[in-house]
Design a protein around this ligand. Structure first.
Ligand SMILES: [Zn+2]
Length: 380
C-alpha cells in the first residue's frame, strides 16, 4: 500500500492528500512549460514571465487531476458508495471507495464521471484560451490554457482505454457485470483486457524510444509497467472472488472452534488448543467468555520459544478490528479483502461464535463450485 502523503484538507466533504512524488511531477511540468513549451511558442519574454505562468499552469494541471478524482467521488457518494479519500501521486490521482458499487449502472456512472470531468475541464480551458486571445490578453496565457486543454483531452482519452485499473476498464467491467450478472467475473474480465492494454502501452513506449532516438518514451514504458502490475493484482483478486462466488461461509468454516483465555500463556495455547485442532488462530476470550481478540499461529512464531511460558495471549493477540466478523450465510467471496491483518474471519450467529475461517479454509473454498461440492481437479 502506498502512504497517504501530506493532507491538503477537505474538498466537497472528501479528504484530499498528496504524496511527495506529486511535487516531483509539479516541478517537472513547471520546468517543461517555462523552459520548453512557452519560450518555443512565445519567444522574447522575461524568464520570470515564463516561470510564473509555468508554475501556475502546473498547479492548474494538478487541479484538473483533483477535479477528475472529485467527480468520481461525488458520483460515488450519490450512488450510495462512501469515499475514504483522494490521493494525488506520481501517476495522477486515486479516489479510494469504501465499498463496491451497488449495481453495474452505478459502477458505470462512477467510472465515467472522471473522464467526463476531464473533457469539461478541457472545454473550459480552451474557451478561456480563446477568450484571452480575442481580448488581446497575454499570449503566454493563450498558449498555456490551450495546452492545458490538450493535456486534459489526452488524460480523458488515456483513462478511457478499455482495461482495468483505468476508468475505461471499470466501464468495460460494468458492461461485463451487466451481461454476466456477477461483478467479480466482470471485473476479472476487464483486468485480463487491462493486462493486454498495459502490454500495448509498454510496446508503444519502446517504439517511441526506437523511432525518436530519445528517452521520451521511458515515461510511457513506466506507466505501462505500472498498469500491468495493477491489472495483474486486480485479476488475482477478482478471479479468487469469482471462484468463491456464492458459497456460504458456513460450508467452509471450521467448527466447533477452540478458544483460549486472555491470561493463558502462549505455551498453554501451543500445547493445548493449537495442538489438538487444525485451527491457525484461536479466539481469545475474557472471564465472561466475551471474545476480545485473536491469537494467530503467525504471531506465536514471532515470539521466541523461550518466552512462550511467560507471554500471555492478550499481550500479542490481534484486536477484533484486525479480523472480519461475518455471519454463516455470508458469501465467502465477500471475505476476500475484508479479513484484515489477522487473515482470519470469526463467524458469529446471534452473537455466538459458531465458526472460524482462515487462509486454509479460503484456499479450500476456492476449489469449490457454487454448490459446495469439491471440484474434480484436472491438473496434476
Ligand atoms: Zn478516473
Amino acid at each position: 500500500m502506498r502512504s497517504r502523503g501530506v493532507s491538503l484538507g477537505r474538498l466537497a466533504g472528501v479528504d484530499v492528500s498528496a504524496e511527495f512524488s506529486t511535487l516531483l511531477i509539479a516541478g517537472l511540468l513547471a520546468w517543461s512549460f517555462a523552459e520548453g513549451l512557452l519560450p518555443a511558442v512565445v519567444p522574447e519574454r522575461l524568464p520570470i514571465v515564463y516561470w510564473s505562468v509555468g508554475i501556475v499552469g502546473s498547479l492548474l494541471f494538478l487541479g484538473s487531476l483533483l477535479i477528475h478524482e472529485l467527480s468520481h467521488s461525488v458520483v460515488a457518494r450519490r450512488n450510495g458508495v462512501g469515499v475514504r479519500g483522494i490521493t494525488l501521486w506520481l501517476f495522477g490521482g486515486v479516489a479510494e471507495l469504501e465499498s463496491d458499487p451497488p449495481g453495474p449502472g452505478a459502477e458505470f456512472r462512477i467510472a465515467a464521471a472522471g473522464p467526463a470531468a476531464s473533457f469539461v475541464f478541457a472545454a473550459a480551458s480552451f474557451a478561456l484560451s480563446l477568450l484571452v486571445g480575442y481580448a488581446n490578453g497575454p499570449r503566454v496565457w493563450v498558449v498555456m490554457l490551450g495546452y492545458l486543454a490538450v493535456l486534459n483531452v489526452f488524460l480523458a482519452v488515456f483513462n478511457l482505454l478499455p482495461g482495468a485499473p483505468l476508468d475505461g476498464g471499470r466501464i468495460l467491467g460494468s458492461v461485463l457485470w451487466k451481461i454476466r450478472g456477477d461483478r467479480a467475473s466482470g471485473m476479472a474480465g476487464a483486468a485480463r483486457v487491462g493486462m493486454v492494454v498495459a502490454g500495448l502501452v509498454v510496446a508503444a513506449g519502446f517504439a517511441e524510444m526506437w523511432f525518436t532516438g530519445t528517452m521520451g518514451g521511458l515515461w510511457t514504458v513506466l506507466i505501462g509497467a505500472f498498469l500491468f502490475s495493477a491489472a495483474r493484482a486486480e485479476l488475482a483478486y477478482y478471479a479468487t472472488r469469482a471462484a468463491l462466488g456464492g458459497v456460504p461461509v458456513s460450508s467452509v468454516m471450521l467448527h466447533p472452534v477452540q478458544v483460549t483465555s486472555m491470561r493463558a500463556t502462549i505455551a498453554e495455547a501451543v500445547h493445548g488448543p493449537f495442538a489438538t485442532s487444525s485451527q491457525t488462530a484461536l479466539p481469545v476470550v475474557d472471564p465472561n467468555q466475551q471474545i476480545r481478540g485473536l491469537l494467530t499461529m503467525e504471531q506465536v512464531r514471532r515470539v521466541p520459544a523461550e518466552r512462550w511460558g511467560v507471554t500471555e495471549a492478550s499481550a500479542v493477540m490481534y484486536g477484533l478490528d484486525a479480523a472480519a466478523l461475518v455471519s454463516p450465510s455470508d458469501p465467502v467471496g465477500d471475505l476476500v479483502g475484508r479479513i484484515g491483518a489477522s487473515a482470519h474471519a470469526l463467524v458469529l450467529h446471534e452473537g455466538r461464535l459458531v465458526g472460524l475461517v482462515g487462509p486454509h479454509e479460503l484456499q479450500r473454498a476456492a476449489r469449490l463450485p457454487a454448490g459446495g461440492n469439491p471440484v474434480t481437479s484436472t491438473s496434476t
